[in-house]
Design a protein around this ligand. Structure first.
Ligand code: SF4
Ligand code: SF4
Length: 178
């Protein structure tokens, strides 16, 4: 008897929920005519940004590539005559990317950033492979002010490596040779 009562109660509660929803205004978004604004932190297509001076932010440190769980980032580093590093080529395979955002978290220069763009469906899977020319943009993305080279990789007024008070001289790796 108890189980019959439970079954009827469940049935009535199910029908009641359906009945209530009959009188609710439907929520239908007419995509693609209407595109719901996404939060700034939504994770979509990846870009490579520039610093406020217009220089490429990427220093080809490979941290993004190392942290990527699906190994879809590859690049090769090069050095300019003034010693500044950059990526001579940089490639992302968006057919493998899972938009986890780890690369953005790992990047020390704020170069690689995920955007809110998610509409880039393609028929040919190979066209999901984006080269540096496709990724590099002419703006700073979410991080408007940050300029890595203003804080790191620049000469300080404290002298060279190992010359600051209490600082040890850099290790001469050749002295470790047998
Ligand atoms: S978002 Fe994730 S999967 Fe995509 S490139 Fe970055 S680290 Fe790799
Ligand atoms: S995008 Fe960032 S993490 Fe990746 S290589 Fe360039 S500087 Fe390093």
């Amino acid at each position: 008897m108890e189980s019959v009562r439970e079954a009827i109660k469940a049935l009535v509660s199910g029908f009641a929920t359906t009945f209530i929803h009959l009188f609710r205004k439907p929520i239908t978004e007419q995509y693609p005519e209407y595109k719901r604004p996404l939060p700034d932190r939504a994770r979509g297509r990846i870009i490579l940004t520039r610093d406020p001076d217009g220089e490429e932010r990427c220093v080809a440190c490979c941290l993004c590539s190392a942290v990527c769980p699906v190994n879809c980032i590859s690049m090769e580093g090069a050095e300019r005559p003034d010693g500044r590093r950059y990526a001579s080529w940089f490639r992302i395979n968006f057919a493998r990317c899972i938009y986890c955002g780890f690369c953005e978290e790992a990047c020390p220069t704020s170069a690689i950033q995920l955007t809110t763009e998610f509409e880039f469906l393609k028929k040919d899977i190979l066209s999901f492979v984006y080269e540096k020319e496709d990724l590099l943009v002419d703006h700073q993305g979410k991080d408007k002010e940050y300029n890595f080279y203003r804080y790191s990789g620049v000469l300080s007024s404290y002298g060279d490596k190992g010359e600051h008070i209490g600082e040890r001289k850099p290790v001469d790796v050749k002295s470790n040779m047998p």
